[in-house]
Design a protein around this ligand. Sequence first.
Ligand code: BGC
Length: 748
Amino acid sequence: MNKIISVLLLAVLAFCLVGCESNQQSKSFDKQIDKLLKQMTIEEKIGQLIQKNGDHSNLDELIREGRIGSVLNQVDPIQVTRIQKIAVEESRLGIPLLIGRDVIHGFRTILPIPLGQAATWNPDLVEQGARVAATEAASQGVRWGFAPMIDVTRDPRWGRIAEGFGEDHLLNGLFGSAVVRGFQGDSLSDPSSIAACVKHFAAYGWAEGGRDYNTANISENDLYDIILPPFKMTIDAGAASIMTAFNEINGVPATGHFPLLNTLLRDQWGFNGVVLSDWESVSQMQVHGYTPNAKESAYKAIQATVDMEMASTTFEENLMALIEEGRVTEKQIDDAVRRILTLKFKLGLFDNPYGHTAEFPQLLNDNHLDVAKRLAQESVVMLKNVNGVLPVSSSVKRIAVIGPLAEAPHDQLGTWIFDGKKEDAITPLQSIREYAKGKGIEIIYHRGLELSRSLEILNKNTLLNDVKRSDLVLLFIGEESILSGESHCLADISLLGGQIEMLKLVATAGKPVVATILAGRPVTFEVVEPSLDAILYAWHPGTMAGPALTDILFGVVSPSGKLPVTFPRHVGQIPIYYNHKMTGKPASDETWERLHDIPAEAPQLSIGNTSHYLDYGFEPMYSFGFGLSYTQFEISSVKIHNTEPKVGDTLMVTAQIKNVGQFEGAEVVQVYTRQLFGSRTRPVKELRDFKKITLKPGQSEELVFLIDTHSLGFHNPDMKYVVESGNYYLWVGNSSRSGEKMEFQIVN
Ligand code: BGC
């Protein structure tokens, strides 16, 4: 007992020492910052609030004059060192620059797109990936990465769905925090750490109609219960900075949103890091029709505590006048400068302003590629596998590889790959050929279509003949990288161009067909689904797409990804998401009035109707959390240990999981709850926890889920966060649609 107490005391002491040290550290920064602030002219202070693009015309001169605090998009280490030298050695006060870059999913080693990373349901691995990205970026002098993007979205038409972690706020919060930890490491002052910039604050993924930059009309409760929690989680994880959003939220542009930025983020959450605008989002407040001119845009942004303006020029042109007029105080400017300088101190830039490329591990080294490969493997979601067509059987001797995305080194990298190179990418075709060589398998390749969106099928006859003389078809279809990402939205998310026609043609040969779909969003393909024997959804897997997919196709590893987003059957079903409300007339198979079953001149009835589409019903194509494996898992003995917890208690749930199949594999066991009724209606299911576990055939393990009942709440009609007493359902399963319903009750 005494031993335990001494261990605890030591732990407390150690905690205090660490805490005291970091307090002392920021105090010592404060003194140095006070000193600097005293020396700075107002122009130099305003200069710290300005971020310019690396190709800005008189960049050197502006840096020399202390009129720039940060530069983005300069990643040539020689140039970075050169401009940093101007800042440190030639500007009056020698304040170093923050060098920023969109390090979205890797730097030179390209990891799967974030949506693919979310499909791993493996935050530890995502953290490792972010560490790889940070190390590579830092080696080139970049110390500020504009990620993670944690904009919850329910719209796969929106191109930037690729860049976030899907439709669930818990997933966005957990993966966002993993990226923050990976970027920032144990200490920002570690030369291989980069400051994270969580974006876009807020509701950017709620764009009307999935059209980028569009209006976010969102209820206050969805804003507070769905959109904002991931931001709070990443801030709690230590995120150094936040980027505002382009959109307006219920009529107020996010970049000038005083209640969200000033009141919530700063005052209530106590966020003291840097708030950066998005690219010209300050000046765009005028375009939105929210301000009459650039000066008022600058005013609104500063009032909302935006610290730094990216790209537009409203701060540099107007802040001085606003100060002179007494509308903006020098204290406001000092506070913003202090936040920016604190970040520069924390990053160790005053002591060590230059990246030392030679001291870093090489870009694209084996360890980095290995993390990229594992991420790519775990991101693959198997949606279908009939008759065990996968993994490819050893009896298969001739394979027809078909489709433009089998050999598209640029496109497999996905959107936002400023520093990735297609020359580094290993394509599926390359890897499959490599694998086949050693096994005596013949590979025949047909591109089929020039691009995913091309209409004309190339060499139709030879393609079909080659399919006919093959044992198996491996199709690589989907969409090119440029069809998702910023401002690349689609009104129709079905397989584009001639892909459906090509698939139908291939199917006529009667050979088993495996489709691997590479895409930046969920695409719809219901019409051809029956012709496919197996479907692997691979997103845009990055540099290591080839080796990762080959391992899966040939059974070296089993797929273990789960969907982080609901797949609609048809674009017209959007928004369709797992945590929807019940409505007063929920749909069911029995009440779905199918379009073609309705007799002519059927009478209009108002009784017995439910909420669905006549043509597409109410079910999605694939549910959130769904994904198959080569092996089978059995979840049993689910037990809620305290079925009547009080608010504040931890709910303890245990379950047994067993690999009852033939392959080693990983399963993601997911816990969902539903509050049966509340002061506001509650979603039919909400993800509360999950665990990913790898098991060998026959192996089993007990999983323990500890759910803080505080996390089961929501904002009530008075906009107070409450956890209400009453009845709850709970499910433990391997998708949002599985598991037996259990009950518990929160008591007062
Ligand atoms: C995007 C941001 C990005 C910035 C800088 C903007 O268009 O919305 O996410 O960080 O550009 O490239």
